[in-house]
Design a protein around this ligand. Structure first.
Ligand SMILES: Cc1cc2nc3c(=O)[nH]c(=O)nc-3n(C[C@H](O)[C@H](O)[C@H](O)COP(=O)(O)O)c2cc1C
Length: 384
């Protein structure tokens, strides 16, 4: 019996899209703190890395309870590894498993994984079958020790579980099957989403998320929401949740896209960079759709104090999870926060050289000391 997580989520579903190097546990924690999307995805993780148990690469599978419901996204092309990886994802307590069939990057797609799978539909279905069997066998009680994982991998997974902020919650979960979903694109070098979604439907995922571009487009042009709408109707006809994705920068836009396309929800990626607040008023979309009263054009923006507090909290959270050694990965987030206040560009230049949360605090303090409302006319422009 498959969990009905996707169907039980409030609709329309507004989720945080998976982004490699971005949607790590620290960012998801901040998003959960300031916005609380209906669902979040981890960064994609290679099934080979999961099954060989390299702790550094397993970092992408760290999460805290606050982020739930959370879906682990995996990628690769070896069915046997999908079977094992599905066990691991279940064992780590995730709420769902998503297969990446949309990554366009050369080292992923040209080796036949990610969006490369659009060209090998039979393999895509095989991967789904193996992942589903892995989920089911785990739910039926098959232990991790029985699926051929190396002792080093078993040890790394046990360590990851033990390091979960509330390990007893994972350990105490009753085994049950988690839903399988797929995130993909319109096609490889042209839009074949109708036949491609017909193929994916045969794999019986609970949800399919479509980014409205082909692999060849990468991130160029615009996400084609008409194509998404057409595919969504086919997908929903089979009782599968259809999500649209691409270029949504505000909840007003999300509302407009969802209403026009008829999808069950939308995933927001780049619109959340430096803006965890974007998910704050998802309930407003639901009432706008229910009442027919249009959504306010402008969402309330956080004031400068709230933005600075979020930057500090995010930096501290990153440090607590990953340590200062990897703080370089935090810098881009800090840069994304610096966009909507006076002298933001100058601050961004400083933020991209920080090495710790202490550096961040020092920059913010210096900024506040140098620019006060009385001394700096630019502050007139600061959002209240
Ligand atoms: C930096 C970056 C990393 C991404 N990593 C992933 C990933 O790991 N898995 C995935 O399915 N999509 C990934 N994507 C694609 C996004 O999930 C999303 O489909 C795309 O950005 C379009 O949505 P948006 O316009 O809301 O950003 C990534 C996108 C970006 C910009």
């Amino acid at each position: 019996m498959t969990s009905s997580l996707w169907k039980n989520l409030p609709q329309p579903i507004i989720g945080l899209a998976p982004m490699d190097g971005v949607t790590d546990s620290a960012f998801r924690y901040i998003v959960a703190t300031y916005g609380k999307p209906d669902i979040v995805f981890t960064e994609f993780t290679n099934v080979h890395d999961i099954c060989s148990g390299r702790l550094n690469t397993l970092d992408s599978l760290r999460y805290s309870e606050m982020e739930r419901p959370i879906i682990a996204q995996i990628y690769g092309k070896d069915p046997a590894l999908f079977y094992q990886a599905a066990h691991v994802v279940c064992e780590l307590g995730f709420d769902g498993l998503d297969i990446n069939m949309g990554c366009p990057s050369k080292n992923v797609a040209s080796s036949g994984s990610g969006a490369g799978l659009i060209r090998t539909p039979n393999l895509a279905l095989e991967l789904m079958g193996h992942a589903r069997k892995g989920i089911q066998d785990w739910a039926d009680g098959q232990p991790l020790t029985a699926i051929g994982l190396k002792p080093s991998a078993l040890q790394a997974i046990a360590q990851l579980k033990a390091e979960h902020p509330e390990p007893e919650l994972i350990e105490g979960r009753v085994r049950s099957s988690i839903p399988l979903s797929v995130k993909t694109r319109l096609g490889f070098d042209c839009n074949i989403i109708d036949e491609w979604s017909d193929c994916l439907i045969q794999g019986r995922p609970e949800a399919i998320a479509i980014h409205g571009r082909t692999l060849s487009q990468m991130y160029r042009g615009q996400s084609d929401w008409e194509a998404i709408a057409q595919a969504a109707a086919r997908i929903q006809h089979h009782g599968i949740v259809a999500l649209g994705n691409g270029d949504i920068k505000s909840l007003t836009e999300a509302h407009r896209r969802i209403q026009a396309s008829g999808v069950n929800g939308a995933l927001i990626g780049r619109g959340a960079l430096g803006n965890p607040w974007i998910f704050q008023e998802t309930h407003a979309i639901r009432s706008a759709l229910a009442t027919g009263i249009p959504l306010e054009q402008k969402q309330s923006e956080p004031n400068l104090d709230a933005q600075f507090q979020a930057m500090i909290k995010h930096a501290q959270c990153f440090e607590a999870i990953h340590g200062t050694e990897r703080f370089v990965r935090m810098r881009k987030h800090l840069g994304w926060y610096c966009s909507s206040f006076p002298h933001a560009a100058a601050m961004r230049a400083q933020m991209v050289r920080t090495n710790s949360s202490q550096d961040v605090i020092a920059i913010l303090q210096a900024y506040l000391a140098a620019h006060t409302a009385l001394e700096d006319p630019a502050f007139e422009a600061t959002p209240a």
